[in-house]
Design a protein around this ligand. Structure first.
Ligand code: FES
Length: 177
């Protein structure tokens, strides 16, 4: 349909329409119309972007796997962490937050802080021996890292710990099942 033959609400041709209507000669009814081709283009572009993101994530994780076992990290002095206290640290990479906690029996435990549902940061609720994800009410056992309730299905990664000469070290990551 040419611009001049376009039907406007007042019946006048396009050159006699106000400037805004000449610039945007689309009627309200057509405004939400999306052609099949535009929709296919949109699907191809978004699918392509998602595929590229996945390839990037896989590439990063493969690169990290090739790095070999993670190096030890000194987290804190053993006598600095009292019962019920929690220390946040990053391990084995700077973008991987973890929590080190001393439970009421004196036991030290550490887990990755990213919720296994959608990566929100879990927070400790040590009196109830849980880690809580505020995003969708996910709950994890603070002793084992296993999911207890909510959307998460996989346990938190456990950080292996060693205490030597009064210093607590992270020595590895155990991806639990
Ligand atoms: S991100 Fe933790 S429950 Fe959804």
């Amino acid at each position: 349909m040419s611009e001049t033959s376009h039907k406007h609400p007042d019946g006048n041709p396009t050159p006699e329409q106000p400037k805004w209507r000449q610039d945007f000669p689309i009627e309200t009814g057509q405004d939400e119309y999306v052609s099949r081709r535009d929709f296919a283009k949109f699907l191809v572009l978004t699918s392509g972007a998602m595929a590229a993101g996945q390839v990037c994530i896989i590439g990063q994780s493969m690169a990290r796997r090739d790095e070999g076992p993670p190096e030890e990290l000194a987290i804190a002095r053993d006598d600095e962490i009292g019962v019920g206290q929690v220390v946040r640290f990053d391990y084995p990479h700077p973008d991987e937050p973890c929590l080190l906690a001393r439970l009421d029996d004196g036991k030290l435990l550490a887990f990755g802080q990213k919720c296994t549902h959608l990566d929100c940061a879990v927070t400790p609720d040590l009196p109830n021996r849980k880690f809580v994800c505020p995003c969708h009410h996910g709950y994890f056992d603070a002793l084992t890292g296993q999911p207890l309730a909510g959307p998460p299905r996989r346990p938190l990664p456990r950080i292996m710990l060693e205490v030597r000469d009064g210093v607590i070290y992270a020595t590895g990551v155990e991806l639990q099942t």
